[in-house]
Ligand binder design. Structure first.
Ligand code: EPZ
Length: 416
């Protein structure tokens, strides 16, 4: 299994280009199943999760051709309506095919995703609302068997603004006659991007990005070319690395509005950050401790919690981070402690006492964003850190070692 070897402490400098957003392209790839005409997607990031979704689409009958930076998907002849456990168990986002298959074919058989390192991650909100729309849902042998009677345009108040449920239900309703309304919808920028993609194909989705989304049924979709938004979580990770090493770094290819709460929080801690419409410019800053709680968008994103904790490890004073979205998203804490961090956990709150300097050690990745926190910490730690199980990182960070090396980090990837 590959490892990352990082010599710290490093200063960073220069510009890093952000890839297109994994969490926008995963639902967009699922939404391709709604169409019976080709779709051309630009700059799909080279990530394990994207490859998994492409494999899943191929298994369903989508023909895929990649030329230069354009991936053409032809969903005209779907031959299958089943997403197998072998694929779904490796990536929870496979559940996104449930809604579009139901809308397009009237049936879907998708393996239950199972839990993952950060929590049990049920799909009850997805299923109970598909039932409200008129789908017949049977759970058997670890699979969700969904059959469309005639999907009704109804009101769907979500008990929690679930990102995945909002996306699945939006896709399920694209052809439903009348207007389906999702209340208490998730408001993440990736939701808006999915709606923009569906509308570019000829769908009619209004209100995405707000808590109330209205989907008016259409009869057919058209061929389209599309490019997703920049990856705000990848961008936030590089911002944290720059602040942690007191470096000047320009992060380009990102709309800073998608990280408004994170940037405001960092500025309130003393961070020197300038932005324009397509970039975030971080300058060396003396920071005060943080007191944050993760929230659904537009609050502080849970996907940036681990990287923020790594930063807090080297800010003088006492910081406090509460994880309010997932029940087990502190797997990075024992690993950060191995690098010399002082962190105490009480329930879903971490109390961090800033230290003068972290010190290198061998550490192990446990989940995608925890891994990013370890990389950011290792860049700052004095000495040679070895980070194992980097396959977790490959799920969501395109060419991480090359991008870090481009900023001046002494990093190499080994296959041991
Ligand atoms: C999406 O996951 C993201 N994944 C996650 O990013 C992100 O952490 C999460 O949204 C929250 O922002 C993708 O977009 C592919 P949720 P999702 O449904 O849709 C509970 C990463 O690092 N819940 O908003 O699964 C759930 O257990 C990944 O890129 C239910 O109880 O998130 C969790 O506690 C990790 N029942 C909370 O809601 C449901 O039916 C948020 O889940 C659905 C969710």
């Amino acid at each position: 299994m590959d490892k990352l070897i990082i010599e710290g402490p490093s200063k960073l400098s220069g510009t890093v280009k952000i890839s297109r957003a994994k969490n926008a392209y995963l639902p967009i790839l699922a939404a391709v199943l709604l169409n019976d005409k080709p779709v051309h997607l630009k700059n799909l990031p080279e990530l394990r999760d994207i490859r998994t979704m492409l494999t899943l689409l191929q298994n369903l009958g989508v023909r895929i051709d990649q030329r230069d930076n354009v991936t053409t998907l032809d969903p005209s002849n779907l031959s299958n309506h089943m997403a197998t456990y072998e694929l779904v168990k490796t990536m929870r986002a496979s559940i996104f095919v449930l809604g579009p298959l139901l809308a397009r074919l009237g049936k879907a058989r998708v393996s239950l995703p199972g839990g993952c390192a950060i929590g049990t991650r049920p799909i009850d909100i997805h299923l109970e609302n598909l039932k409200k729309m008129g789908a017949e849902i049977i759970i058997e042998a670890g699979y969700v068997e969904a059959t469309k009677r005639n999907l009704q345009a109804v009101h769907l108040p979500l008990k929690f603004p679930s990102v995945g449920a909002t996306e699945n239900l939006m896709m399920a309703a694209v052809f439903t006659p009348g207007t389906t309304v999702i209340e208490n919808a998730a408001r993440e920028p990736e939701i808006e991007d999915l709606a923009n993609f569906i509308n570019a194909m000829g769908g009619k989705v209004e209100g995405a990005g707000t808590s109330k989304i209205q989907i008016t049924g259409v009869n057919e979709l058209r061929e389209v070319e599309y490019e997703a938004i920049g990856d705000r979580i990848e961008a936030a990770t590089y911002v944290m690395a720059a602040l942690m090493t007191k470096s000047e770094v320009k992060v380009v290819g990102i709309n800073p509005i998608h990280l408004e709460f994170v940037i405001d929080t960092l500025r309130s801690m003393g961070a020197n950050i300038d932005t324009d419409e397509n970039s975030i410019h971080v300058k060396p800053s003396e920071l005060k401790p943080a007191k944050i709680e993760t929230q659904p968008y537009p609050g502080f994103p849970t996907d940036v919690q681990a990287q923020m904790m790594a930063l807090c490890c080297v800010i003088p004073g006492n910081s406090m981070i509460t994880e309010a979205i997932f029940e087990n998203r502190f797997m990075h804490v024992p690993e950060l402690t191995r690098l010399g961090a002082k962190i105490e956990l009480k329930g879903n709150t971490a109390f961090i006492e800033g230290v003068e300097e972290l010190s290198a050690a061998p550490v192990m990745c446990t989940d995608l964003r925890a891994s990013a926190a370890l990389v950011v910490a290792a860049i700052t730690a004095k000495g040679r850190s070895e980070i194992s199980r980097v396959y977790h990182i490959d799920r969501g960070y395109e060419r991480l070692d090359q991008k870090l090396a481009g900023l001046g980090v002494r990093v190499q990837r080994t296959n041991e």
